[in-house]
Design a protein around this ligand. Structure first.
Ligand code: ADP
Ligand code: MG
Length: 208
């Protein structure tokens, strides 16, 4: 893959489509994310994420022309300043850490390593780990599959299943943990938004 425009392994046109598709998939799911958060949180996850990704769409021209690390830094900064809530800080940390580790011309191995550093940044910021009914329940298994050579089909499937797997578990981090046993039986909103973003990214990389 060559990258005359973006440094994402995609040209500037495909980088633009990638950013736009990820943003639209989150924006289109705002009501669903809000409903999930209304069940076990405070009902703002959809609006929070929509605000962040609308800000990203508003800057699409400039973002599409950036090399991969700069693009990730700009997305992280935007999410930090616009999303709010726990997810704004956590997704912001994710993309800022990705920006630090990602080379301008990432190989699969260096992209997987950078993704691992970004997941570690969420762990550190959230003081959280796998199995606590958060976005990490999707990000961690996806990182493992990415690092061990899984293809986009396997990654998409794993992300969807991992979000669904948060339904029967008890939340021990974030707002949902305040509900105790009543958090059982609902999908975690951040796990769902992570799965949606991963799905949209994989859809783009699957189109060769
Ligand atoms: P808030 O909880 O502040 O209202 P959001 O509703 O936007 O923020 O985001 C909630 C999501 O953030 C949760 O569904 C969960 O996935 C994620 N989250 C919250 N706290 C943590 C944490 N400590 N570690 C990892 N993820 C977390
Ligand atoms: Mg919330």
């Amino acid at each position: 893959m060559t990258s005359p425009g973006g440094g994402t392994g995609l040209d500037a046109g495909r980088t633009r489509k990638l950013i736009a598709d990820v943003a639209r998939s989150v924006i289109d799911a705002a009501d669903e994310l809000t409903a999930l958060d209304a069940a076990i949180g405070d009902g703002d996850h959809g609006e929070n994420m929509k605000r962040g990704f609308e800000a990203i769409l508003a800057d699409l021209d400039a973002l599409s022309a950036m090399p991969a690390p700069e693009l990730c830094r700009a997305i992280g900064a935007k999410l930090l300043s616009t999303v709010g809530g726990a997810s704004g800080a956590l997704y912001g940390s994710f993309f800022l850490a990705l920006a630090k580790s990602l080379p301008v011309e990432p190989s699969r191995a260096s992209a997987a390593a950078a993704f691992g550093d970004a997941v570690d940044a969420v762990r550190a910021r959230g003081k959280s780990d796998f199995g606590e009914k958060t976005m990490l329940d999707v990000l961690i298994p996806v990182q493992r599959i990415f690092a061990t050579g899984g293809d986009v089909v396997a990654i998409r499937q794993a992300a969807r299943k991992a979000a669904e797997a948060t339904i029967p578990i008890l939340a021990t981090r974030g707002r949902a943990s305040f509900l105790g046993e009543r958090s059982i039986g609902h999908m975690d909103p951040g796990a769902r938004s992570s799965a949606l973003m991963i799905d949209a990214i994989c859809a783009q990389f699957g189109e060769e």
